[in-house]
Design a protein around this ligand. Structure first.
Ligand code: C2E
Ligand code: CA
Ligand code: CA
Length: 736
């Protein structure tokens, strides 16, 4: 057992060597004892602290909490708290305090406070929290980079994130420009932009950025007063920046920008801080790369690869704008369509690669013939296009055409061969009323006419208009004689009973066997025939031909029930006063029973002239002929409206049939039409049936008849007979 003095020495040594500082405070909080470890933890000698109020050493923000703990200890015997205490060097240490009330202990007579320095742990925790925050900021920015197509928006977000995460005063993105002397400020505070006078700054005034651009390395500057790698630039000094951190922005392997952060106090930036800034810079680089790629793709999609000239899409876009300007300024522009003559021959003889060189040279020469504000584009192989703005008169456009022809005819040497070029040019003046596409096609038509007239000339579109009228006259003239010359044909498309699947009739569809153009579809000539009234004699011929053919088939169908025939009537035919008489005579001459003829009319006729409609349809009905409303659903008539006319059947237009099962609205329309038609006693035919699914849908909806490519296309009589159960004619059997 040790004696008293020995024990005292031992405690003294324990207290001196303890990692904790032990203090005794009186009831007022004044320090009455301080263990020797105070020197190590707080930097003060125990004597210097003794007799001083303990609060004097506590961080102002933590005093309230410390006071509460102290009161709690006095009342309840013990307490704990965490606070910052001042070190003699001016820094703050994080201290964990445990207090025990030993006032009643005679040997102590006060509050014993154990102080444990937890600063290192706190800093580690702070660093961890900062790193986590930075990592999640980078992750968030990464997602933003993927989601935000707008580069500037991303740059702004990135700057905001780094400023907040690192708690610095300022962040900025600099970008290298083509001029080595200058860098561009991509996003920053408005104040800085004001100081820079625009978005360009001299490289020398941003020394750190310049250093990073040169070395491609990121840098941290904890305190500019000890920085040696580069001078602290004027701009940074003007802004009283003291510390900074910067990282290179790399895209496509090239350092082309810098992300720089500045602070007004000295800072001990950590390795984490630096790698955080590098990560954000990396994302900026990635976004730039993507933007550059998109820009390139866009450029490529709007430019011709061989010559780099705007392509059709871009040219049309510019032309559309020019049309608007021409309207506003009342100054016409011109579109010149330039076709190289015999370019295919040149291309074949010198090879495609050299051919491309020729095109490049042509592009260059064309550009040389016009003002910089004009647009030269390339439409296709040997076809260029020009937009010349504010020309005032067609004569000026003609002068440009002459200049181009002269320039293109100058000798050109490619692959050691002298090539002579010539071009044919079509000129369209830009009025406010037309569209880009229309102007281009008019200029094109004029160019092709110039070509036909002989190479190396130009033509104006007014002549094109004249020519279009000529073409129309030619067509009309041809159509006029088509009936007499026997150039019309009738094709037949079977109409099938959806219940049993067998053909019950045909629709007659006219064709024109044009002497030069081959078989012409009705859509190309029926409108003109209607306009000119030629549809009346044509229609008569079709009616007679169809009735005769089907009557003949019915004689050769043995025991099978007779087929009926549907013939289309246009509005113009219905207006023909002789129509009923002609139909009666035709049935008479061909021997086709009236009930086997079905005349197809459109809703529009009934809507336009209901009186005439009632009259003529009534008369036809009295003959025994049936009436079908064609293209039902495309007009505006309702079924109930049709009820007042003697109509026997409806043909559901093929656009609704096409939507069956695919489009809910179309399906509903077909279902509704069939149900209502049936309730009015009308038969329903579905046209344009192209697949089995549609057949099944129509069957499920109780549609009566169907017609379409699924069964057969419209075919010449000789080719459709077999499908219709028509026995071959004896004469044909003998011939085969
Ligand atoms: P329309 O009366 O609606 O004739 C049906 C059109 O649909 C025909 O075109 C036919 O070939 C086409 N078609 C038939 N099945 C299908 C299919 O499954 N899918 C698709 N996509 N189309 C199909 P076509 O023969 O070119 O006739 C066009 C239009 O010309 C006719 O439409 C009709 O309005 C008119 N037309 C034809 N012949 C005459 C005629 O002799 N006189 C009059 N006035 N007009 C006629
Ligand atoms: Ca029809
Ligand atoms: Ca139709």
């Amino acid at each position: 057992m040790a004696d008293q003095p020995q024990l005292a020495r031992r405690y003294e040594a324990l207290l001196r060597n303890s990692t904790e500082v032990v203090a005794i405070l009186d009831a007022n909080g004044t320090i009455t004892y301080m263990s020797p470890a105070a020197q190590r933890v707080f930097g003060y000698t125990p004597d210097a602290m003794t007799g001083v109020p303990g609060f004097d050493f506590i961080h102002p923000d933590d005093r309230a909490e410390a006071a509460a703990a102290f009161r709690g200890c006095v009342a309840e015997g013990s307490a704990r708290c965490l606070l910052r205490a001042r070190h003699a060097d001016g820094s703050w240490r994080w201290i964990e305090e445990t207090m025990v009330n030993c006032t009643d202990e005679p040997a102590i007579g006060g509050i014993v406070v154990n102080n444990r320095d937890v600063t290192d742990r706190r800093l580690a925790e702070d660093r961890l929290a900062a790193r986590t925050a930075q990592q999640s900021a980078v992750a968030w920015l990464g997602m933003l980079a993927l989601e935000t197509p707008d580069r500037d928006e991303f740059v702004r977000a990135a700057l905001e994130v780094v400023v907040t995460a690192l708690d610095v005063v300022h962040a900025i993105v600099f970008e290298a420009t083509d001029d080595a002397e200058w860098v561009r400020v991509r996003a920053s505070s408005p104040e800085l932009e004001r100081m820079c006078a625009g978005d360009l700054v001299r490289r020398e005034s941003v020394a750190m950025t310049s250093y990073i651009l040169d070395t491609g390395e990121s840098v941290t500057v904890d305190d500019r007063r000890v920085e040696t790698r580069f001078p602290w630039s004027k701009l940074a000094r003007a802004w009283s920046f003291v510390s900074a951190i910067g990282a290179p922005i790399v895209a496509n392997g090239r350092c082309h920008g810098v992300l720089a952060l500045h602070h007004r106090q000295a800072r001990a930036f950590t390795a984490d801080d630096r790698s955080f800034v590098e990560s954000v810079a990396h994302l900026l680089g990635w976004v730039n790369e993507r933007a550059a790629y998109e820009e390139e793709t866009r450029h490529r999609s709007l430019h011709d690869a061989a010559t780099g000239l705007p392509n059709r899409e871009l040219f049309c876009d510019r032309l559309d704008q020019a049309i608007v300007r021409a309207k506003r300024r009342k100054l016409p522009s011109a579109v010149l369509s330039i076709g190289l003559d015999r370019f295919q021959v040149i291309n074949d003889s010198i090879g495609h690669a050299n051919g491309d060189l020729v095109l490049v040279e042509v592009a260059r020469r064309l550009e040389g013939c016009v003002r910089a504000s004009d647009t030269v584009g390339r439409l296709s192989g040997d076809q260029f296009i020009l937009l010349c703005e504010e020309l005032r008169t067609p004569e000026r456009a003609a002068r440009i055409a002459e200049k181009i022809m002269a320039r293109l005819s100058e000798p050109l040497v490619i692959a050691k061969r002298e090539i002579s070029l010539s071009a044919s040019i079509g000129i369209a003046m830009v009025p406010a009323s037309s569209s880009a596409e229309q102007l281009i096609s008019e200029a094109d038509a004029a160019m092709h006419r110039a070509k036909r007239r002989g190479h190396g000339g130009y033509e104006l579109v007014d002549e094109a208009l004249r020519d279009r009228a000529v073409l129309r006259l030619e067509l009309e003239e041809g159509l006029r004689h088509a009936v007499e010359r026997g150039e019309l044909r009738v094709h037949y498309q079977p109409v099938v009973d959806l219940g049993c699947g067998s053909p019950v009739g045909v629709e007659a569809l006219v064709r024109w066997q044009h002497p030069h153009q081959g078989l012409v579809a009705p859509s190309s000539f029926i409108p003109l025939a209607e306009e000119t009234g030629l549809i009346v004699p044509m229609g008569r011929w079709v009616l007679a031909e169809a009735c005769r053919t089907v009557a003949g088939w019915n004689r050769r169908r043995g025991d099978l029930p007779p087929l009926d025939v549907a013939v289309n009537l246009s509005t113009r035919q219905l207006a023909d006063p002789d129509l009923v008489e002609v139909v009666a005579a035709t049935l008479d001459e061909t021997g086709l029973p009236a009930e086997l003829l079905c005349l197809e009319i459109t809703e529009s006729f009934l809507m336009q002239s209901p009186d005439r409609g009632s009259e003529v349809l009534g008369a036809l009905h009295r003959l025994g002929v049936r009436i079908c409303v064609d293209d039902f659903g495309t007009g505006y008539s309702s079924l109930l409206y049709l009820r007042s006319f003697p109509v026997d059947s409806l043909k559901v237009d093929r656009i609704f049939v096409a939507g069956l099962g695919r489009n809910a609205e179309d399906t509903a329309i077909v279902r509704g039409v069939i149900a209502l038609a049936h309730s009015l006693g009308l038969q329903v035919i579905a046209e344009g049936v192209e697949d089995r699914g549609q057949v099944e849908d129509l069957r499920a909806l109780s549609c009566d008849l169907g017609q379409g490519f699924h069964w057969a296309r419209p075919l010449p009589a000789g080719k459709v007979e077999a499908l219709l159960g028509v026995r071959a004619e004896p004469a044909r059997v003998a011939a085969s």
